[in-house]
Ligand binder design. Sequence first.
Ligand code: SAH
Length: 353
Amino acid sequence: MNKEKKIALKGLTLSELEEYFLSINQPKFRAHQVFNWMYNHLSFDFADMRNISKELRNNLAETCFLQTLNLVNTQNSASTETKKYLFETHDGKKIESVLIPEKDRNTLCISTQVGCPLDCKFCATGLMGYKRNLSVGEVVDQYLLTAKGAGKEKITNIVYMGMGEPFLNFETTLKSIEIFTHELTKGLSRTRITVSTAGIPNKIKELMESPFRVKLAFSLHSPFEEVRNRIMPINKKYSLHENLTVLKTYAQKTRTRITFEYTMLKDLNDRDIDVKELTRICSKLPCKINLIPFNSIKHMSPAGISAELEPTPINSIYKFADKLRNNNITVMIRETQGDDIAAACGQLASVFA
Ligand code: SAH
């Protein structure tokens, strides 16, 4: 049987796996066993599954498969511990994940789409365009393959900040969170998972009403509608105002703070009026601001407004942060990690294959 006809077990939630085993006349607890092998023992081979009869293992190997991605390249940053992983899908698409080891945590940044349709003017993934959504198995395998390879550096946090817009692949994002946080997966609690969005208000609401209320990061980048319209075309469809209203409810209902991601662009969003307007916005909901130095996207040969964007110098970023802190706002400055291997925010575009 060729792989196209085989069933992808990787990426099935526990209840979907139970359904599958019932459909092949097996007891429900087989699903627990296989779930445990896939997501806890990081098994990619039915032969490992020793608590299942050899006959069933052979049958499963005939009709199903466990690995949805191939790791084709790993790059280590020379200046930091950051590692970039390049994976290939069954249809030859390339996607990237980034592992960022820090003092007290190891964060894996994962992708949800091949490319991205949002076309944010400062983002390399946006410039490469949109190819397709990833499957649940492909999202989960980024974690499982990295965790297997990472050895003793246990992954402690996951951020959905790689390629793509997680809320445009919503079901998949939700199912992958369900798997990562399931009590049978000795994995991650909801507070160690962050989903980042450019702002799809109805999906923020749906997440809020689901059992998977992870932490939320919102790509703000400007407190002004007209500036956001220019650099993030999605703002013309879903305005900042509409997003802020939903985010406020999300923060209140989940008792978490929203993280505002803010890539610093010279003369565009680093002015005193930006400090003033950001202060006004931040006074309305529990939040913190993460200032991100703008990482170059020159390797994508950008045109139009993308070609004109310049980074705010680091000293001006410090001053901008101080002004906000003087207004009692929590501000962090994200260290640029892995820019020497194009693994930093917004640089992911599968160009190193
Ligand atoms: N689509 C989601 C997930 C991407 S997360 C979102 O927009 O939130 C990646 C983060 O890095 C986002 O905040 C994004 O706006 C930011 N980013 C994109 N390009 C960047 C660049 N060149 N330099 C710094 N940050 C960038």
